[in-house]
Design a protein around this ligand. Sequence first.
Ligand code: ZN
Length: 103
Amino acid sequence: MDDWSQALSLLRRHKIKWVDTAALNGLAQDGVFRQIYAARPTDARTFAIFCHEVGHILGSGEVEAWNFALSQAREFRLPAEEVKSAIRMYLVQYAPSLLMHFY
Ligand SMILES: [Zn+2]
């Protein structure tokens, strides 16, 4: 290897799609290239997860990103209590230690 970019040939060889984690974390220098991996928001749960991921891109930690989802629900005049309950159900399953932040 004469260049770190040679590592990209590894991806091509194995047909792996690359997502730059610097961009995922909102650290891209130009502030334009940002990607989000989330389902299309169609209900309280998917809306919450979608906004949570946007929150991460904007630099939020776990609890802050869920709170960001709640604030967006309020801002968009969506049923915030429904979003909050979807967040709680998600946390019960994946991150029970964060539940205490969402009573
Ligand atoms: Zn998260």
